[in-house]
Design a protein around this ligand. Structure first.
Ligand SMILES: C[S@@+](CC[C@H](N)C(=O)[O-])C[C@H]1O[C@@H](n2cnc3c(N)ncnc32)[C@H](O)[C@@H]1O
Length: 283
């Protein structure tokens, strides 16, 4: 589903919201959500053909798990993120790696610097994904590779799916400062994802589907973890009065109980990895 382009002020509003939101949630994101997004680390690094010595940029690195895994596999890894608190956290957790504060459309690197660029679950947070991916491509050497992970449809990706569906049950008023006109699930659609990669001049583009499950011990951990990791969802729920939050929490529990197993909640997780190569003959 093609998305409307955000105006300059809407894009700036989204960046400010993301920066502030991820600053506030950095610690809880690291605790609950970084182990979830870690399921994409191996597919991303494999998709760029990571080898010892690969000069790699991790964009929207968050707490830095992907860059750190690349470094453990022998890469020379650098990470950037919009949120100063995320960058601080990544530096503290992985002191040997160069993490910098940067916005995806303005990467502080010369043209053709990296052998590979990877991005774990940043795409749907970027105000102008086409401009973001073009800027990432600019920093790749001819022949180098890019790989980006993004969530599959919420029907197959049940952490965010459960929150979205529960919120939709209630006629909630959303916070007035919530960014408008942003379609986070645009790149759950394989054709849209492929178009994005081709539009940035990449060749040999592919989108691979990955599906697995993730076990969370109980509903309370999932509820707190989701609120402490997902900026938009957290803002929407926290904006409600106490009684409405209680009703949302009860409805969430009902929906989540479908996934109860002996060990906890076994949640289906699905994501896609889009990848491509910068042509040899490119600038
Ligand atoms: C869902 S987190 C992903 C973090 C990490 N890559 C992972 O896989 O766990 C999204 C990250 O994108 C960052 N971000 C959002 N908008 C950004 C932008 N315009 N430029 C750079 N980073 C951005 C946020 O600060 C946040 O750390």
């Amino acid at each position: 589903m093609p998305a409307r382009k955000l105006s300059t002020s809407e894009a700036e509003q989204l960046r400010a919201f993301e920066r502030q939101g991820h600053d506030a949630l950095a610690a809880t994101y690291q605790e609950f959500f970084a182990p979830v997004t870690a399921i994409a680390i191996a597919p991303l690094l494999d998709a760029v053909g990571l080898r010892p010595g690969t000069h790699l940029l991790d964009v929207a690195a968050g707490p830095g798990k992907l860059a750190a895994a690349a470094a453990r596999r022998g890469a020379q890894a650098v990470g950037v993120d919009l949120s100063p608190r995320m960058v601080e956290l990544a530096r503290r957790l992985h002191p040997g790696i160069d993490f910098r504060e940067a916005e995806v459309e303005h990467l502080p690197f010369a043209d053709r610097t990296f052998d590979a660029v990877v991005c774990g679950f940043g795409l749907g947070h970027f105000p102008r994904p086409e401009a973001a991916v073009a800027e990432c491509a600019r920093t790749i050497k001819p022949g180098g590779r890019m790989a980006l992970a993004w969530w599959d449809d919420p029907a197959r990706q049940r952490i965010q799916g459960l929150f979205r569906e529960t919120i939709a049950e209630f006629a909630v008023t959303l916070p007035p400062d919530l960014p408008q006109a942003h379609n986070s699930y645009r790149f759950s659609d394989t054709e849209e994802f492929l178009r994005l990669l081709r539009g940035a001049g990449l060749v040999d583009v592919a989108v691979a589907e990955h599906a697995t499950s993730y076990c969370v011990p109980d509903v309370e951990t999932l509820w707190r973890g989701g609120l402490g990791s997902c900026v938009l969802t957290g803002a929407a729920i926290r904006h409600q009065d106490e009684a409405t939050q209680k009703r949302i929490r009860a409805a969430f529990e009902r929906r989540a109980s479908v996934y109860q197993s002996a060990n906890g909640l076994d949640l289906p997780i699905a994501f896609k990895v889009g990848s491509g190569r910068k042509p040899q003959e490119s600038r």
